[in-house]
Design a binder for this molecule. Structure first.
Ligand code: NAD
Ligand code: ZN
Length: 235
């Protein structure tokens, strides 16, 4: 059983996607009612879209940041954070909503960045968005150029350091739990493959089967908040 496998493991990596935060009230991308079923990602989340209409892109990220600010970690996020008391736990997340941190997880790799971080399109300035943020599109306080979300867009590469750190975690863990990801996007979806190749047991939690369910050791159909608390209760 998956629960026994988790109980026996010491180094556990959680690989999470948008479904992890669905029960916190945040939309997924490709799931039912997901963003990419309503909008064209190339018009909102690409360097070309930003060049063409920075305000439109910023408006969308402002809305998402507002939604993330109002969201609270769900029972799944909390269960993952609590497991740190018993196991060596890392989280590799495709989410940009900061909810793993809000739940108390400490070792987090954010593959695509974070909704609350910005960087300058010209200089090296990086910053964090606080409550008193100017109307979109914001300008750099150092050089007055446009700021952009510190998020990886379509057509852009994942930051080398987060990819390297993720690969290290995948080759070092003895079990990986994949939660709420459609596993459609490369190279992130190669991380479970890498973990499996290095001998890790794979547990998947999703409301439906994915194209990679067959390579999992355990594929659990259920929600993140609905399954993780009982599954991770190793006390
Ligand atoms: P996804 O929307 O593709 O998949 C979500 C998965 O969660 C689905 O398989 C769905 O069945 C499942 N799910 C839905 N509700 C669930 C629940 N309550 N519990 C468990 N599972 C549930 O999301 P993803 O896999 O995280 O996709 C990552 C991709 O999203 C990225 O590669 C990128 O394309 C995009 N993305 C874009 C941005 C951006 O702002 N531009 C940021 C991060 C990610
Ligand atoms: Zn600047």
């Amino acid at each position: 059983m998956a629960k026994q496998a988790i109980s026996k493991s010491n180094k556990i990596v959680f690989f999470t996607g948008a479904g992890m935060s669905q029960e916190s009230g945040l939309s997924t991308f490709r799931g039912r009612d997901g963003y990419w079923r309503k909008y064209d990602p190339m018009k909102l989340a690409s360097p070309e879209a930003f060049r063409q209409d920075p305000k439109l892109v910023w408006d969308w990220y402002y809305d998402r940041r507002r939604a993330a600010l109002q969201a609270k970690p769900n029972a799944g996020h909390v269960a993952i954070a609590l497991l740190q008391n018993l196991k060596q736990v890392s989280v590799i997340t495709q989410n940009v909503d900061d909810l793993h941190r809000a739940a108390g997880s400490r070792n987090i790799v954010e593959l695509y960045g974070n909704l609350f971080k910005v960087r300058c399109t010209s200089c090296k300035y990086r910053g964090r968005i606080d409550d008193k943020f100017p109307p979109p599109p914001p300008k750099c306080e150092k050089c007055d150029s446009l700021l952009r979300p510190d998020i990886v867009w379509f057509g852009e590469e994942l930051p080398k350091d987060s990819l390297e750190e993720s690969a290290r975690l995948c080759t070092d863990c003895d079990l990986m739990v994949i939660v709420g990801s459609s596993l459609q996007v490369a190279p992130a979806n190669s991380l479970p493959v890498m973990a499996k190749r290095n001998g890790a047991t794979l547990v998947e939690i999703n409301v439906e089967a994915t194209h990679m369910s067959e390579m999992m050791d355990y594929s659990i159909i259920g929600t993140a908040a609905g399954t993780l608390p009982a599954l991770l209760d190793c006390s």
